[in-house]
Structure formats: structure tokens, C-alpha cells
Design a protein around this ligand. Sequence first.
Ligand code: NAD
Length: 258
Amino acid sequence: MSKILEGKKGLVVGIANDHSIAWGIAKTLSDEGASMYLTYQNDSIKKRVEPLSEKINCLGIMPCDVSETSSLENVCNGIKGNIDFFVHAVAYSDKNELSGKYLNTTRENFLKTLHISAYSLTEMVRMLSPKMNDGASIMALTYYGSTRYMQSYNVMGVAKAALETSIKYLAVDMGERGIRVNAISAGPMRTLAGAVINKSRKIYNYTIENSPIKKPLSLEDIGKSSVYLMSDLSKGVTGEILYVDNGYNNVGMSVQEL
Ligand code: NAD
């Protein structure tokens, strides 16, 4: 039986190690027949991405710093032929500002956080656009802290709000060619980026205890929903934020409080 993503080619940006959400997505997409280019932010991350690339249908691995336009140009030039999907799973903020009050966010870190975690999606979509087949699919990763206060998430919540609104505007701009732009809003995961948030372990456990489905969210859970978004099964879906969080965003009151 043919696999759902057989013949689809893409680009996945944001693998740091085998705990990365981007790795869960790349692995699941590959299991469903897709092949893809991967990127790494710097040489220390390259050492972890290289062995992972050998476990999937990888078309090549390239350096990519999303804050450098020249680096993005090199990624575009490194892609041979056209692609059918692009996954953006990148975020950064100064660890010192992912604790305490949002009020204390510095201008420097505000701009850097918004540049890397939000603007980079828009710049990459624009640059990759000539390489994308009509009907292609684009997705980014976001978190519920974009729409509600979440302790310690601070400026990253503001960046995710910008990212989510970018999804809607990009959906219109790319929709002319049938290219879809969506995001998965994932529940808390134990990744490098997740661990930087103050009290992340408590937030992680609190979310499990207070979600409709009371179990840890797995990389595969997110990967499987990305198969839906990257495939023709979601052909009529764009500009959406799909929550893959064991239902946490639908709970208004903790069961423990009653
Ligand atoms: P991760 O640390 O594994 O991945 C973050 C990636 O961003 C890393 O690969 C890092 O190299 C990359 N990155 C940072 N700055 C970069 C730059 N300038 N250029 C290129 N790459 C850069 O952590 P993750 O949790 O898998 O994060 C992936 C995405 O998922 C992020 O957008 C994050 O906000 C989002 N997300 C994470 C959680 C969570 O709880 N971990 C929940 C919801 C959404």
C-alpha cells in the first residue's frame, strides 16, 4: 500500500537533538514516505543532526541561522528542484527573561526574540516561495502562551502571538497558489527550548494533571498531526492553529480545585 506522503519533498528547520519537536515531525513524515532537507543552527548541533539524518529519507543537511538573510539564501540555493512542504520549528529568547515579570523585558531581547521566533517564518516563506510547488503546505510551531498568560513564558508569548497572526496573513498571500499555512500549538514538551523556561518541569506536570487526556504528549503525537497538515488530507485547511495538547486549551478550571 502506498504511503500518504510518498513522493513529497520538503524542508524541516529546527532539529537540535532527538528530543526536538522538529525531529518527531521529520521522523513521522519520513515514516509516511516523505523525503526532506534538514538544517542545523551551528557546528555543535550538526554533530547531533548528522546521525539523525541517516535514520530518515534525508535529501541533505545544511547550516541555517534564521537571523542571517545570507544563511537563508544558502539554504534556498541548496534545495535542488521544488518542495512540497516546509516545517518551521525555531524559537529563541534570552533565558534570563523567561522567568519573573514580562514587564522587565529588554528592548534588545524583545527584538531578538521576535526576529528569530516570529519574523523568520515570514522571511523564509518569502524566500522559499519560488521553490514551492503549488498546493504545498507550510507549518510552524506555537504554544498556548500566545493567547493567555502563562507563567515565565513572557516575551515568547508575545512572539508566538505575532507568529500566529503571521500564519493568517501568509495564508492569504500564499493561498493564491493553493499553498497552505498553518501552525500546531503543542502542549509543553521536554526539549532544550522548553527547559529554558523557568519552572518548566512544574508547568509540564501541571499540564498533564489538568488535561482531558492525562498522559505525557509524545513527539509522535505531534508528528502524526503534522502528517495531516503536510498531506492532501488537509487540502482545504489554511490559516489554522491546530491544538495538539491533549486538550489542555479546552479546560477552564482545574479538576483539583473542586
Ligand atoms: P528545541 O530546542 O529542540 O528546538 C528549537 C530549535 O530552534 C533548535 O533546533 C535551535 O537550533 C533552533 N534555533 C534557535 N535559534 C535559531 C537560529 N537563530 N537559527 C536557526 N535555528 C535556531 O526545542 P523545541 O521545543 O522542539 O522547539 C521547536 C518549536 O516548538 C519552537 O518554535 C518552540 O517554541 C515550539 N514549541 C515548543 C514547546 C515545548 O514545550 N517545548 C511547546 C509548544 C511549541
